[in-house]
Design a binder for this molecule. Sequence first.
Ligand SMILES: [Zn+2]
Length: 440
Amino acid sequence: METLWIRNCEVLTFDGQTPNFFPGQDILVRGNEISAIQPTSSEVPPNCRVIEADGMLAVPGMINTHAHVPMVLFRNAGPDVNGNDWFNKVIFPLEANLTPEDVYWGAMLGQAEMIAAGITYTADHYFEMDWVARAVEQAGTRANLGWAVFAHQGYAQLEETIRFVERWQGKADGRITTWLAPHSPYLCDPDFLARCAREAANLGVGNHTHAAETAEQVTLSLERYGKTPIQVLADSGLLDHPAILAHCLYPTDADLDLLAGREVGIAQAPKTYMAMALGLADLPKYLEKGLAVGLATDGAVSSCTLDLFEQMRLTALSQKNRAMDAEVLDVNTVLDLAFQGGARVVRQPKLGNLKPGNLADVVLLRQDRPAAQPVINKAANLIYSMDARDVDTVICDGKLIYQGGKHLTLDLDEIYREVNSRLPRLLKIDLSRKIADYPG
Ligand SMILES: [Zn+2]
């Protein structure tokens, strides 16, 4: 088994929830695991592949806890549009144009973007997921894939998504896991959600859904069911098993208490919230309650990029501004949320931290741009001054997939050619062909 020897880097590692930075380290990777992190040595045994990382900062592969990756095909297709029109006049009509092959090329473009931004794991929530799984397999990354389903599509479609779970669970050398993905409590009724909860329990998987994204959704839920969206999810049994709740901006205090102590994680994508003027979650309160919170890109129609450096920075800045308190979300809390928080949300305890025995998802960041110098506070530098442009090398599952700014698993020219040749057909909007109605 070849050993990958990452030489003379600085390493970000967490002791509990506290980040530490250790300069002058070698990271040894055997198979798909980190076997050692030790002071640098000039004597490297034979049969090792050396990656010279002088001056670079090694961080864990970033974990994207909620995305609709193929939507990069529609990047910037609907700026300056509010929620109802955004869904009904932009998103649903555009998505009605997608063929499975389009989804594949969107997933390939999104994977290329995410790898270049240091993202090695994505909880993806979309359609035609066999094609997304193929893209993940080719890209060499990890993913938790859920085939989105709406109640109006019926139980037969839910069965289809169950078969997808069975087809792809553990595939790509274990890099792919599969969950169920009912869209949301506003587009899936309580009976449908209860069925998703039972099926997920039978399959031994979780559910990935949207919840309490807007104040209107909460009002609508109270009108329909006399319950908040979180209560609807809890009463359906869906929160008795692992779950990712995307956004969750408007839970009540009682909702937060309902979520505490469960295997439930909350995905946060503040760039989307600001772009669509949705408001912001009260994250300090979630963290106080011990809830798992991780970063997410959401889809590129609302967030415009699949970039967790941006989301990390915006999480910190928007929360300080929301609270009118600069002490809110200090740098250590933000780094824990950004790296280990993601691992907690997707329930992958061997990811999110660089330490022996963990899976070898490692990102090397250059620190030589003027904006990253001088280095006075390393944590603050990583959050506020460095960004995806600093990603030099990406290793996922012990394999090099990106080095020196070049993709080793994906052909960018081919991806751009395929995507651009599809655009004229994809961008035609026919308002009579909706796949769902956003009820807000
Ligand atoms: Zn979403």
